[in-house]
Ligand binder design. Sequence first.
Ligand SMILES: *[C@@H]1O[C@H](CO)[C@@H](O)[C@H](O)[C@H]1NC(C)=O
Ligand SMILES: *[C@@H]1O[C@H](CO)[C@@H](O)[C@H](O)[C@H]1NC(C)=O
Ligand SMILES: *[C@@H]1O[C@H](CO)[C@@H](O)[C@H](O)[C@H]1NC(C)=O
Ligand SMILES: *[C@@H]1O[C@H](CO)[C@@H](O)[C@H](O)[C@H]1NC(C)=O
Length: 387
Amino acid sequence: MFVNFRRIRKCQWLQLMTTCLLLSVVMVCWEELDNNVVSHVKSYSYRYLVNSFTFINKSLTIPREQARSFSNFQYLLDHPDKCINQDVLLLLFVKTSPENIERRNAIRSTWGNETYIQNSLGVTVKVVFVMGTIQTKKEEPAWSKRSGIGFQEQLLQEDRVHRDLIQQNFLDSFHNLTLKLIMQFHWMHSRCPHARFLMTADDDIFVHMPNLVSYLQDLSSKGVTDFWVGRVHRGAPPIRSKNSKYYVPFEMYPWMTYPDYTAGAGYVVSSDVADKIYHATLTLNASIYIDDVFMGICANAVGVSPQEHVYFSGEGKAPYHQCIYNQMMTSHGHVEDIYDLWRVATHPQVKQRTSGLGGSLYCTAVKLTLLCKPYHFNTYPCKAAFL
Ligand SMILES: *[C@@H]1O[C@H](CO)[C@@H](O)[C@H](O)[C@H]1NC(C)=O
Ligand SMILES: *[C@@H]1O[C@H](CO)[C@@H](O)[C@H](O)[C@H]1NC(C)=O
Ligand SMILES: *[C@@H]1O[C@H](CO)[C@@H](O)[C@H](O)[C@H]1NC(C)=O
Ligand SMILES: *[C@@H]1O[C@H](CO)[C@@H](O)[C@H](O)[C@H]1NC(C)=O
């Protein structure tokens, strides 16, 4: 009896101990999870409760002379006459770094080929590459060393051939991306104000140019204004964890939520919006170095809000399939596969195979299996399957 009782107590002890251990493990992990979940829930609710961020605008407004320090960098490479006397549908800025010559060449011979766009799609799209100056501490690429020419000289040569580089005299770095953003709106304002749309894109995205052009032509014929489209982030909280790339200190941005913005990978604005954003950059403190967030702050200051398009990607690659190619606008993270993707995604067979009742039923089924898997991170949301 006594022994039995003691055994039971021992068992209970063991249970208690294991429970405690488990609980503490959960608590330790929970803190991370909790921080993340709670900050998202808080910021999301905040966004819907407050729904107006005029205080951000007020507190970040600075005198024009001070705001000028974010934009008065000298042009090292420029093409002031790029758009002159042309009816430009789209001015497309590719955010690139000096050393990414292979990415630029890939874009030039695929989706960013202006000649192809003019001949096959019948519209004028201007593709320019925007960059700062190379970080000197970085190793110069091997080909640059071999040829024995300085890096800037290499860029000049590249530009002599393609005439599409725009470079300002600031250090090209992740934390200077906002300077690059401002540069784009200022360049359009002074060199290409009549372009009907402005797009900004990373140099590792794929743009389905035929789809994008027909989408923009349609919008243009309707005379759309106040237009800003992409993958929208709503109620996103600033990241306060110091080891994140996107860390933003409290002093830089004290509020709980960012104004709505579109993922920097690729988005489009109409020319009236581009002009408003340009004006916003003249009076705002651009210290916040996350460029797409700063775009949101500018847009908020001039009363423009973004709209979602399910076929603009934020992160991640689109699934490789004809039914996706038929509708995709942008897909992120393409470098090596860009030539292949361009070839298959713009092949005439894509339209043939996905059209008609049979094609569209088939594609809905395919897209459901590709985009609507639970617990699966997707480039495009599940609802894209029904469009
Ligand atoms: C761009 O397209 C044109 C016409 O399709 C083609 O002749 C030219 O070689 C292409 N450019 C590049 C860099 O691939
Ligand atoms: C941004 O560019 C400026 C001008 O070249 C430079 O002084 C500064 O260090 C750069 N900032 C970062 C974070 O790279
Ligand atoms: C802009 O904001 C930064 C903090 O993010 C601050 O240090 C700086 O003083 C501000 N600039 C002006 C001109 O107020
Ligand atoms: C933002 O601030 C500027 C200058 O203080 C003001 O002119 C503008 O109307 C403000 N915008 C909004 C949406 O409140």
